[in-house]
Design a protein around this ligand. Sequence first.
Ligand code: AMP
Length: 192
Amino acid sequence: MAGGRDGGAGRKLVFLGPPGSGKGTQAQILAQELGVPAISTGEMLRGAVAAGTELGSKVEGIMNSGALVDDDTMAEVVRERLARDDAREGFLLDGYPRTLPQAETLAGILADSGGHLDAVVLLDAPEQELVDRALARKRADDKEEVVRERLRVYRQKTEPLVGYYEARGLLRRVDGLGTVEAVSARLLGAVS
Ligand code: AMP
């Protein structure tokens, strides 16, 4: 059904959740099910670092510390990505927006083309579970203090988006505990 009328075409979705919630894996699965591209700003930035671009050298240290890249830089990255053909009908944004100004920027980008978000999915799990899961992965920015910093930044800067989207009637909460299959079934149900 991917790409069909009920299969996700036209779905403009944001995937929200703390680091370690399994968001990246689930975003890939859900995007595939819905027939829309999964757009991960973290992946894009890691790609820029690996490719040694100007953007990459600007963001590398920030990423390794667990802090956020500035809103203006992210606005440029996302505006450019959403302008590509494959994102016209729909997308699943993973890792953007992460601050209230970014949420406003996203609304503006979509409004410029006469569009709007269809839903925001929040994947949640208890704090200790998040730290354990994040540490089980082996990425350069996954040292324990960096993991804790990323969680702190999430609580402070990103969690306000939950209320922001709830107030706009867009939020769908999904329990992130359980097997990958159980969670992805729940997610699909939440956006269908
Ligand atoms: P992620 O893979 O989504 O956890 O992103 C990894 C890192 O990239 C984050 O810890 C930030 O340093 C940076 N990053 C990714 N997306 C954003 C964003 N929307 N705003 C600011 N920084 C971001």
